[in-house]
Design a binder for this molecule. Structure first.
Ligand SMILES: Nc1ncnc2c1ncn2[C@@H]1O[C@H](COP(=O)(O)OP(=O)(O)OP(=O)(O)O)[C@@H](O)[C@H]1O
Ligand SMILES: [Mg+2]
Length: 289
């Protein structure tokens, strides 16, 4: 008699055509015992290579939690995450470190200062992920310079510390740093919310240009208006749940969920005119019903 081999979930062969990110039924809780609170519930989302997806929701809706759970920075309480075909949900810290070191997926923190070590020059910050991968120092320095150019910053910034840059410059360095390893997926948490409108437009243009290099982007924002022009698809998070996902055009023109309509009401550039108070109150009432 032969005994069946235990069922092991095999990684799908990675030929570069499958989704770069597959999130399925993902749930996250914070706290323990009576303080345990649900922050994310049953989130399912696939991202194709080269696709840009906007994740939109108000403050506290779970956007950063989703990013952190995808990157293994907070544990999932349910569901699964596959990055470039690799099932990562059960990874311990050692395997996560190895995966991050390979640079397949990169994260730009909500606060750009957190993405950059205050004691490293811009050149050192940009070269570091490459040096970790074993890229020789001279080549790492060359690549650091070329990625700074891709985010439209002058090479004289290379010798400075993060504290010696403007907020907009810092944000662009953080974007450049996330790109040097040529990742398949970059998750950017509020990439433009701290910027003035001129810088915002420029950074969004840079992100749009990046799309041609085949990298997939997750653009997290509380402001639908600022990512609708850059994202192919929009996913709307409300109280930890994805309430609507669709092409950017569909979500903006034909929002189905009252919460999406409410978000559109605060993005007058997309809608022609802002929602008035009565309209907002009616939508809130639908949400609370
Ligand atoms: N480390 C933590 N411990 C406990 N609760 C947390 C923690 N981090 C976040 N939360 C809670 O989880 C919920 C989701 O938070 P999250 O940071 O994901 O929201 P967000 O959508 O990114 O908001 P924002 O737009 O303000 O950045 C919030 O209610 C928040 O208070
Ligand atoms: Mg956040």
């Amino acid at each position: 008699m032969t005994t069946a081999a235990p069922q092991v979930k095999e990684a799908r062969p990675e030929d570069g055509t499958g989704p770069v990110l597959e999130v399925s039924g993902l749930g996250v809780h914070y706290g323990r015992g009576r303080k345990r609170r649900r922050a994310l519930h049953d989130v399912t989302l696939d991202i194709a290579p080269g696709e840009a997806v906007g994740v939109i929701g108000e403050t506290g809706s779970g956007k950063s939690t989703l990013a952190r759970a995808v990157l293994g920075l907070v544990p999932a309480s349910s569901g699964s995450v596959r990055i470039a075909g690799e099932e990562v949900s059960a990874y311990g810290s050692r395997r996560w470190r190895a995966l991050r070191r390979r640079g397949v997926v990169q994260y730009v923190f909500q606060d750009p200062l957190r993405s950059l070590d205050p004691d490293l020059t811009i050149e050192e910050s940009l070269a570091e992920p490459l040096l970790i991968q074993g890229v020789p120092r001279t080549e790492a320095a060359l690549r650091a310079r070329s990625f700074l150019d891709r985010v439209h910053l002058a090479p004289d910034l290379l010798a400075r510390l993060p504290g010696e840059l403007s907020g907009g410059q810092r944000q662009r360095v953080a974007v450049a740093r996330a790109l040097v390893t040529e990742p398949r997926l970059v998750i950017l948490d509020e990439p433009v919310s701290a910027l003035d409108s001129a810088n915002r437009v420029q950074v969004l243009e840079i992100l749009k240009d990046l799309r041609s290099s085949g990298v997939a982007l997750v653009l997290i924002s509380h402001d639908l208006g600022s990512v609708a022009g850059t994202a192919d698809r929009i996913a709307v998070l409300y109280r930890g749940e994805l309430v609507e996902t669709g092409t950017a055009d569909d979500v903006v023109r034909r929002p189905r969920h009252p919460y999406t309509r409410l978000l559109l009401g605060s993005a007058p550039t997309l809608r022609g005119r802002p929602a008035d108070r009565a309209e907002r109150e009616a939508l809130r009432a639908q949400l609370d019903a």
